[in-house]
Design a protein around this ligand. Structure first.
Ligand SMILES: *Cc1c(COP(=O)(O)O)cnc(C)c1O
Length: 383
């Protein structure tokens, strides 16, 4: 049996070993280890790849969200609309600033924030909305920005899982006042440790974010705002810059794997696509890219009839990695028991947390590996 890890970072970085070593040597011999020309160059490349005026390298995706919220002045007394079904950092950044999340349900097919629920829960203290392009699929950003405009909300896109995805031709991170992404090694552009990026096309917001990134300091040792140290390392920037031109090919290879799973499995007994009304009798639902321009960070199944953990164990027996993103929705996290509102009407989020299972989709998956995964799923679904 061919083992199939959920993620194998080795082959991708090995293929660029010469460029990565050159980047490392360049930074090492420059003796410039804080900001500087490597950072500027990486930020310029990112801005042009994402179709925004400003890209600002930061210490992590979490800090990217925090910095964006800080630059917009979100704090005590404010509320922020965000999905209950997402990674912790989306809400953690809001609560750390003394603001309150308003938990919104998600759509059962796209897994993204349900604007109808946001409309039911919005109140006078809501200052911003955070669409999360979960698993790589862009939220409907025309609808989200129209909603934000109607209610005078800032938009902060959590694009940690969607670098390279578009909606109607325009990249995620280019729609809101701010976009935030992560270069955590498992993301679509995986770095060599922690780092992230903030984007905006507003000059004054960009300036504010850059000042907040260095302790709110401008000029040196004169502090305008209470910022923090949110800097990305130039070493990280130089190495990521070597990988950035390859992002489209990584995303393309992930899409190839997604298409392989679909073309091999759809129509097999017990397997259907996760679209409205399509689940009659199915045990496993395969995700669909509703925008047609999403990218795949995760390929996330819905496993029906309480069989999710059984499938996870079945795959583990065959040495196939899988993971539950995410087993507990944010409204139910212990740390948020006294935070936020909107805990009613989160049925889809709660259900997804019991049904979802992500399977290997990384770009360097071999033909044998992905066939092994598909065969195992087909066997489970027909039994
Ligand atoms: C990974 C992730 C983050 C946080 O990024 P880090 O770089 O790990 O801090 C935030 N939001 C979502 C949706 C993520 O997947």
């Amino acid at each position: 049996m061919t083992p199939v890890p959920l993620l194998d970072l080795g082959p991708q970085n090995r293929a660029l070993e010469a460029e990565l070593r050159a980047a490392f040597e360049r930074v090492m011999s420059s003796n410039m280890f804080i900001l500087g020309p490597e950072m500027d160059a990486f930020e310029k490349d990112c801005a042009s790849a994402l179709g925004v005026k400003h890209a600002i390298g930061v210490s992590s995706g979490t800090d990217a969200l925090l910095l964006a919220l800080m630059a917009l002045g979100v704090g005590k007394g404010d509320e922020v609309l965000l999905p209950a079904f997402t990674f912790f950092a989306t809400a953690g950044s809001v609560v750390r600033l003394g603001a309150e999340p308003v938990w919104c349900d998600v759509d059962p097919h796209t897994y993204n924030l349900d604007l109808a629920d946001a409309a039911r829960k919005i109140g006078p203290r809501c200052k911003a909305i955070m669409p999360v392009h979960l698993f790589g699929q862009s939220m409907d950003m025309s609808a989200a920005t129209a909603f934000a405009k109607a209610h005078k909300l800032f938009v902060i896109e959590d694009a940690a899982q969607s670098m390279g995805a578009r909606w109607q031709g325009k990249p995620t991170m280019a729609w809101g006042e701010f976009g935030a992404t992560s270069f955590f090694p498992s993301k679509n552009l995986g770095g060599f440790g922690d780092s992230g990026l903030v984007t905006t096309s507003d000059d004054s917001l960009a300036e504010r974010a850059r000042i907040l990134r260095v302790h709110g300091m401008q000029p040196k040792y004169y502090h305008k705002f209470v910022g923090a140290n949110f800097r990305m390392d130039p070493l990280q920037a130089a190495m990521l810059r070597a990988k950035l031109p390859h992002l489209p090919s990584y995303n393309c290879a992930r899409a190839g794997n997604a298409n392989f799973y679909k073309s091999t499995l759809l129509g097999k007994p017990g397997i259907a696509e996760n679209t409205a009304g399509a689940s009659g009798g199915a045990k496993i639902l395969l995700p669909k890219d509703f925008s047609g321009e999403g990218i795949w960070n995760q390929f996330t199944l819905r496993v029906l009839n309480g069989k999710r953990d059984a499938l996870k164990a079945f795959l583990a027996d065959r040495k196939i990695g899988s993971e539950v993103y995410y087993p507990l929705t944010l409204d139910r996290q212990e740390c948020f028991r006294n935070s936020g509102r909107g805990t009613e009407g989160l049925g889809v989020s709660h259900r997804l947390s019991e049904e979802v299972l992500s399977i290997p989709i990384f770009p360097e998956l071999t033909d044998i590996q992905r066939s092994t995964v598909a065969d195992a799923l087909a066997e489970f679904a027909r039994s």
